[in-house]
Structures are given as C-alpha cells and as structure tokens.
Write a protein that binds this ligand. Structure first.
Ligand code: HEC
Ligand code: HEC
Ligand code: HEC
Ligand code: HEC
Ligand code: HEC
Ligand code: HEC
Length: 501
C-alpha cells in the first residue's frame, strides 16, 4: 500500500501510534462492556467515550498536521525530513536485538495502556473515587455514608443513575465541582436540596419496590434524661408504614403517598422545602383532587401562580437515607443504650450532650475539649467516680470522641442541624410540614395531626414501670417529664433541637 510522500514524518508517525493504541483500547473496552452482565456504570462512560476517544482524536489530528508541515518543508527546502529509511537487516545481531527490544516494548506498552484504561474504567465509578478524591469537601457525606444502611450502595447509584441525559448533566456539574474544589470556592456546608438530584423513580426505585406493603413495624426508642441518674425512658412505637397500592397489600399508612394510587403535590416557599403552605392530593383512580391551604400562613394567588409545584417522592421524606448526622441527644441515647457509654455514670447524658453541642473550630480541638470536659466535670462534681471508676470514665471519653468524628465536621460546618431530616417530627418539622392540623381544604377537611394516624405507642415509661397496652390504637402519649399539655399545643421540634436546650 502506497501512502503520500508527506506522510513520512515524525509527527504523523506519533499520530498513527496514538490512533492505533487508542483504537485497540476502545475496541477492548467495547467488547468488555458487551460481555459484562451489569449495566454500564455512569463514570465508566467517562473513560470509554471521553478519555479514549480524546486520545484517538488527537492522534487523528496529528497525522494531517504532520503531513501539512512536511509538505511545507518540502516546498521550502526541497528536501523531505526522512530521506532514506533505515535498512533493517535481521542478520545483523545488533539490529536483531534492537528490533526485538523495540517490538517487545511496543507490545508491552500496548498491553499496559489497555490494562491502565481498564483500571481507570473501574476506578472512576468506585465509591472511593467519589468519596475520597475531594477529601475535605466530601468527608462528611463519605463518613456518614460508611455508617449508613446504604454503605454497600455506590454513590453513583443514587446520585447519577443510568442513561445518557443524566450522565451528561452530572458530568457538566462535575466539571464545575472540580473547578470549585481546585479554587477552594465550594460552599460550606454544601447546600441542599441538590437541585439536579435525580427523581427517586430512577434511583431508589431501582432497588426498592414502591408497591411493597410494609406491615406495621415495631420500633423501640430508648431515651435517657438529663438528670443525675440519666433516667431511662422507653417508647415502643408501632409505625404504620403501609403501602401505596397497585401490588400486594392494601393502600394505607405512611406509604399511602407513594404516587401510585394517590399523588401528593406541594409548594414550598423556602429553598430547603421546610415551609409548605399549599398541598394538593389527587386520587389516581377517580381523578378527584383536594387542595389544602395552611390557615396559619396561606399562599396568595399571585405567589401560587408563579411557584413551582413538586410531587412528593421518596426523598421528600427519606432525604437522609445515606448521610445521617446524629444529633448529640440521639448519638448519646444510642451509645448509652448499647452500653458503650456506661449509663450509671452520674450526669453523663447531660455532660456528653453539652460537650457535643458546643462549637469547635477543628476536630482536634473538639477531641481535647471532650476529654478535658468529662474529666473536669467528674473531678469537681464527683471525685469519687474518677477515683473508683476511672476506666468507665475513660471509655466514655473515647466513645464521645468517636461520636464526634462520625457525626461532626467542623471544616465543612456540617453537623446534625445543618441538614433537616424529614422523617418524623421530633427534631425537625418533617411530617408536620403538612400534618400540623392547620392545613385545611375549602370544605373543611384537615391533614391529620392525630397522634394515632401514623404510629401507636404500645408501651412507654421507665423500664421498671412501663405503661403497656394490647390495643392497636395505642396509649395516649405521656411526656417523659411533666410539661403539662405543652406537647399538644407546641410542636415537639420547637423544644427539641437535638442538642443542649
Ligand atoms: C441511598 C442513596 C445515596 C447514596 C448511596 C449516596 N447519596 Fe449522597 N445524597 C443522597 C440524598 C437523598 C441526598 C440529599 C439530597 C437533598 O436533600 O436534596 C444526598 C446528598 C449528598 C450531598 C449534599 C450534601 C448533604 O450532605 O446532603 C453530597 C455532597 C453527597 N450526597 C455525596 C455523596 C457521596 C460522596 C456518596 C458516596 C460516598 C453518596 N453521596 C452516596 C442519596 C445518596
Ligand atoms: C442499589 C440499591 C439501592 C438503592 C439505589 C437505594 N437503596 Fe435503600 N436500601 C438498599 C438496601 C440493600 C437496604 C437494606 C440495608 C440493610 O438493611 O442492611 C436499603 C435500606 C433502605 C431503608 C431502610 C433504612 C433503615 O434504616 O433500615 C430506606 C428507608 C431506604 N433504603 C431508602 C432509600 C432511598 C430513599 C433511596 C433513594 C435515594 C434508596 N434507598 C436507594 C438498597 C438500595
Ligand atoms: C410520606 C413520607 C414517605 C414517603 C413519600 C416514602 N416513605 Fe418510606 N417510610 C416513611 C416512614 C415514616 C417509614 C417508617 C420507618 C422509619 O421511620 O424510618 C418508612 C419506611 C420505609 C422503608 C422500610 C424501612 C424499614 O424500617 O424497614 C423503606 C425501605 C422505605 N420506606 C422506602 C421508601 C421508598 C423507596 C420510597 C419512595 C418510593 C418511600 N419510602 C417513600 C416515610 C415515607
Ligand atoms: C407535602 C405534604 C405532606 C407531607 C410532608 C406528609 N404528608 Fe402525609 N398526607 C398528606 C396528605 C395531603 C394526606 C391525605 C389527607 C386526607 O386524606 O385528608 C396525607 C395522609 C397521610 C396518612 C393517612 C393515609 C391513609 O391511610 O389515609 C398518613 C398515615 C400520613 N399521611 C403519614 C405521613 C408521615 C408519617 C409523614 C412524614 C414522614 C407525612 N405523612 C408527610 C400530605 C403530606
Ligand atoms: C403524620 C404522621 C405522624 C403524626 C400525626 C404524629 N407522628 Fe409521631 N412520629 C411520626 C414518625 C414518622 C416518627 C419517626 C419514627 C422513626 O423514628 O422512624 C414519629 C416519632 C414519634 C415519637 C418518637 C420520637 C423519638 O425519636 O423517640 C414520638 C414519641 C411521637 N412520634 C409522638 C407523637 C405524638 C405525641 C403525636 C401527636 C401529637 C404524633 N407523634 C403525631 C409520625 C407522626
Ligand atoms: C415545651 C417544650 C417541650 C415540648 C413542646 C415537647 N417537649 Fe419533650 N422534652 C422537653 C424537656 C424539657 C425534656 C427533658 C430533656 C432532658 O431531660 O434531657 C423533654 C424530653 C423528652 C424526651 C426525652 C429526651 C431525650 O433526650 O431523649 C422525649 C422522647 C420527648 N421529650 C418527647 C417529646 C415529644 C414526642 C413531643 C411532641 C409531641 C415533645 N417531647 C414536646 C420539652 C418539651
């Protein structure tokens, strides 16, 4: 095969080599992709359709560039850059050795680039790539993720999903994120809701089956009060998770608003979707709709016309499925219930909560302050405890420090109160954004605030004097300390902030 004379120059040769190598790598990845049983992971496409073709394109561009320069050179000087090709004589031992070394090295290089690209293909979709690359920026999310029920689900499965459109969207915002991290221009904490988070149907529902009906589930919440005895208080809640229909099981309970038989839409007036003045429900079978408006802070017609309407999906309730930052009270309750912190140490609940609630500039500062705080407290208030039970005190210090490292991230200003959790109504408005008893329809229907509609309390109280019931409707809530009927009038989250009062 004859090629134009001008092809013979170093630049065009390099271009040809690049093209050849990247084409081989590309074909290798295509075959690999076709053989792999799983769906192509989004970040793998970055390697396959961006990185490798980029090298290919550069290679292709080099060939005519070299030819053009060669043409100009011949025009100018009348002489080609490579006048005579070397004569390879394999009978000459030196040339034979050189030839062997050259071809083996080339094959090795080709093998290495194929292998390297495969590694890159695997790496970019890995959790450590997402969580570890931008260490400071992603540290809170990554740490919380590793301690969550989704620790085995890859970041990209929730944040990107499959398909070209979301792939491109995530790549575009990814480019900006790389820039923001490189120039240290990213916000602290990272704001939510993430505006381009993919709808739940395409992420959560790839694994979770929205039609699934959950029977009522029993959950025991263990609490310790702030008195010297750290009095324990148990609440056994039967949570009516229920189901949304169109499958096994009836429609009802909490998963009633699953978007299958019933659709619920709303307008929020703030960025974080915490203030919801307007709600509309639609029965998908009858098409009947009911609109509810907050009687406390109604939405004007003008505001309603320009607001955007959002349909409730998993993330409107489960907005922290993976990045859970426990509050000081919750973290202490868990550690004490598990015996990691000895609940017989006097006032340990209050001491721990106070130390965790304080703000610290760095994790090191917090670690020191926690140790000094606990030891200082027992030294002045209970010297006998420090003398006789030093080991239990030291263990509580270590555990408190671990709680801090898992849930508090001063560098990113992230802790429990940076991100509202929409499940429940205890520390954040959550369900009470709509179920506050103040959202009414024109014909007087109210979104229920009845304490028995979502769960029933089947046992509550101090462990040795629990109030029990066999009635599925449950007990009337008894507040652990006497606050009169304040809990009926004031929403729980207004007093319960998660930290020290
Ligand atoms: C089970 C699904 C799921 C997985 C797995 C997951 N995330 Fe998230 N992530 C979410 C949801 C839901 C939000 C909250 C979005 C909102 O409120 O708008 C979120 C929010 C975030 C935020 C915004 C800040 C914040 O804390 O809310 C970052 C950053 C983030 N995720 C990074 C990651 C990284 C890195 C990984 C992997 C180590 C990961 N995510 C894994 C579902 C997930
Ligand atoms: C790749 C599969 C996968 C995806 C995607 C996924 N999950 Fe999960 N999820 C699981 C598995 C598996 C579990 C059970 C973990 C366990 O119990 O060890 C789980 C558990 C849960 C639980 C129960 C948590 C608990 O405390 O026991 C909730 C709620 C949940 N997921 C919600 C979500 C939401 C909301 C999304 C979307 C943002 C989502 N999941 C995306 C696989 C997934
Ligand atoms: C109206 C709010 C709401 C919506 C919308 C919602 N959930 Fe739930 N879901 C709850 C509550 C409350 C529970 C009870 C358990 C709890 O408190 O964590 C629950 C329980 C669950 C559980 C069982 C957890 C366990 O303890 O075993 C899974 C899984 C789950 N939801 C997934 C989903 C998925 C997937 C979607 C979207 C298709 C969704 N949920 C939509 C509020 C909601
Ligand atoms: C965006 C507003 C909104 C939010 C947020 C919301 N709900 Fe609802 N919920 C509704 C509406 C509207 C109805 C229907 C009221 C009616 O039928 O009169 C409803 C009905 C219910 C029902 C009764 C279903 C049945 O069987 O008829 C339960 C239980 C329920 N919600 C639980 C919850 C829980 C738990 C949360 C928080 C995790 C929550 N909801 C958050 C709007 C909301
Ligand atoms: C719209 C549904 C709904 C209504 C109405 C409701 N709750 Fe709840 N409640 C929840 C959910 C969801 C949780 C969280 C369960 C979990 O931790 O997963 C919860 C949690 C609780 C807890 C446990 C808090 C903790 O962390 O230990 C108590 C106690 C409680 N509710 C009492 C009440 C009382 C009293 C009322 C009436 C004033 C009430 N609830 C009304 C949905 C509701
Ligand atoms: C007027 C303020 C106020 C209101 C409203 C209120 N509480 Fe409390 N609650 C308190 C105080 C004060 C304590 C004692 C805290 C302590 O000893 O650490 C407390 C303690 C508790 C505890 C144990 C706390 C822990 O740290 O584990 C639970 C559980 C609780 N309340 C549930 C509720 C529920 C559920 C509601 C809403 C239905 C509610 N409270 C409404 C003031 C309030």
């Amino acid at each position: 095969m004859k090629l134009p004379r001008s092809f013979h120059n170093v630049i065009s040769y390099v271009g040809t080599a690049c093209t050849g190598v990247s084409l081989t790598v590309f074909l290798f990845l295509v075959v690999l992709d076709a053989l792999a049983p799983k769906e192509r992971a989004p970040y793998a496409s970055l390697v396959m359709f961006v990185l490798v073709p980029a090298v290919l394109l550069v290679g292709l561009a080099l060939i005519p560039t070299g030819m053009f320069m060669e043409y100009r050179r011949v025009q100018r000087t009348g002489r080609p850059s490579i006048e005579n090709f070397p004569v390879v004589n394999l009978n000459d031992p030196r040339q034979r050795n050189a030839f062997t070394i050259f071809t083996s090295a080339s094959v090795l290089l080709l093998f290495l680039s194929v292998f390297g690209s495969y590694q890159a293909y695997e790496a970019t979709e890995s959790v450590s790539f997402c969580g570890g690359m931008c260490h400071t920026a992603m540290e809170p999310e990554y740490t919380a993720y590793l301690n969550s029920p989704h620790a085995r689900v890859r970041c990209v499965d929730c944040h990107v999903g499959s398909g070209a459109e979301w792939y491109v969207k995530s790549k575009l915002s990814g480019l900006y994120q790389v820039y923001a991290v490189a120039t240290d221009a990213f916000p602290r904490p990272i704001p939510v809701p993430i505006s381009n988070l993919r709808p739940a149907q395409e992420t959560c529902e790839q694994c979770h089956w929205p039609q699934k009906f959950f029977e009522a589930q029993l959950r025991r919440q263990v609490h310790f009060l702030s008195d010297e005895e750290n009095s324990r208080w148990n609440i056994d809640l039967l949570i009516r998770t229920g189901g949304g229909g169109a499958g096994p099981g009836k429609v009802g309970g909490i998963h009633w608003h699953m978007n299958i038989d019933n659709k619920v839409e709303y307008i929020a007036t703030d960025e974080q979707r915490q203030v919801i003045p307007w709600v509309r429900m639609t029965n998908r079978h009858t098409g009947q709709t009911v609109e509810f408006m907050s009687t406390e802070s109604p939405l004007s017609d003008a505001d309603k016309a320009k607001a955007s309407i959002r349909t409730v999906d998993c993330m409107d309730c489960h907005n922290r499925p993976s990045h859970v930052y426990n509050s000081p009270r919750v973290a202490m309750n868990i550690a004490m219930a598990d015996g990691l912190i000895d609940p017989t140490l006097p006032s340990i609940k209050k001491t721990g909560v106070d130390l965790l609630t304080a703000t610290y500039a760095t994790t090191d500062e917090a670690t020191r302050a926690i140790q000094e705080g606990v030891l200082g407290f027992y030294k002045t208030e209970h010297p006998e405890v420090l003398r006789d039970r030093r080991e239990a005190v030291d263990r509580s210090v270590t555990e408190l420090q671990t709680i801090f490292k898992h849930n508090f991230f001063p560098a990113m200003k992230v802790r429990w109160d940076a991100y509202p959790n929409n499940i429940g109504h205890f520390m954040f408005p959550g369900c009470f954004r709509c179920h506050d008893g103040l959202h009414k329809s024109a014909d007087g229907r109210v979104i229920s605030k009845d304490c028995h509609s979502c769960h029933s309390i089947i046992a509550q109280g101090k462990p040795d004097a629990m109030q029990l019931t066999a009635d599925r409707k449950g007990l009337k809530f008894q507040h652990p300390i006497d606050i009169g009927d304040a809990w009926e009038e004031t929403p729980c989250y207004q007093c319960h902030t998660g930290g020290s009062p």
